[in-house]
Design a protein. Structure first.
Length: 163
């Protein structure tokens, strides 16, 4: 392998290792150890301690909500890390990059749910794929707003210094 090829591989890994590592974390969360039955043993007692007078049904619903919020946040984070890899250190942004990031997130969400269909204690749900993808879309919207806000602020500074 040439030095140039080694440098390209190292650059690619430097850009993509966070997204790849996070994808592995998501896969770990898809194991039986993170099934609703198992997480309820930790989350429900904490909720009961925080809300001692809450009905068991309320605690169960909150447990479900926490798990669904975790889905959203996992894929929100993955989407930002994928965008980081796609941008490859460039400062500009393109709609196509965001769409590719969303596509990768949606594909990984579908693959993750398919994997869960084979894991004892877990089940696949299309609604989870949609929720995960919504997290990815939200991340791209936030990234676009942050980029836009940075452009607005930069123009304001230029205008203020030129006045």
């Amino acid at each position: 392998m040439s030095i140039a090829a080694s440098i390209r591989i190292m650059r690619w890994l430097r850009l993509w290792w966070p997204a790849l590592a996070w994808a592995l974390v998501i896969s770990a969360f898809s194991s039986g150890a993170f099934s609703s039955e198992h997480t309820s043993r930790i989350i429900i007692p904490i909720l009961r301690w925080l809300m001692p007078h809450a009905a068991p049904e309320t605690l169960s619903e909150l447990h479900h909500l926490i798990r669904k919020c975790a889905h959203f946040v996992e894929y929100f984070t993955l989407s930002l890390l994928v965008l980081r890899g796609i941008r490859a250190g460039r400062q500009e942004t393109h709609l196509g990059w965001a769409l590719v990031a969303i596509g990768i997130v949606a594909g990984y969400a579908a693959l993750d749910e398919f994997h869960q269909s084979f894991v004892p204690g877990r089940e696949a749900a299309v609604s989870d794929v949609l929720l995960d993808t919504a997290g990815g879309v939200a991340a791209q919207l936030v990234a676009a707003l942050v980029h836009f806000w940075g452009d607005v602020r930069a123009r304001q500074r230029v205008k203020a210094s030129g006045a």
